[in-house]
Write a protein that binds this ligand. Structure first.
Ligand SMILES: [Zn+2]
Length: 115
């Protein structure tokens, strides 16, 4: 974390400068690092928010990305192609779904989700 790095750098700078800086510099470094940390956290939150496209309930959510994972074309969720029960063949390609609801939506209007 940047706050620890800031503290460390501040401490190093403070002991180099001597006098009151020995005390002031680590605090300043820590504060700067903390601000940096918060900005990083904010960014990752935004990133996750953008990535976490709608979960359509039903089925167990898998956070672990497996090699055999494929995308549910309806809701964008990752599903395991090997274990998933909901699949539809369309134009010679197999599509996998996280739930019966997504499968039904796809069957109703497959062109909407393909290509
Ligand atoms: Zn789905």
């Amino acid at each position: 974390m940047l706050c620890c790095l800031g503290l460390f750098i501040g401490y190093a700078v403070g002991s180099f400068l001597g006098g009151p800086w020995t005390l002031v510099s680590p605090i300043a470094g820590f504060t700067l690092g903390l601000i940096g940390d918060m900005r990083l956290l904010g960014l990752s939150h935004r990133y996750l928010g953008g990535y976490g496209r709608g979960y359509c309930g039903g089925g167990s959510m898998q956070h672990k990305t497996l090699e055999k994972d494929v995308e549910d074309p309806v809701c964008g969720m990752r599903v395991n192609a090997r274990t998933v029960k909901y699949k539809v063949n369309f134009n010679g390609k197999t599509y996998h779904f996280c739930s019966l609801a997504c499968e039904a939506k796809f069957k109703k209007n497959p062109e909407m989700y393909v290509g």
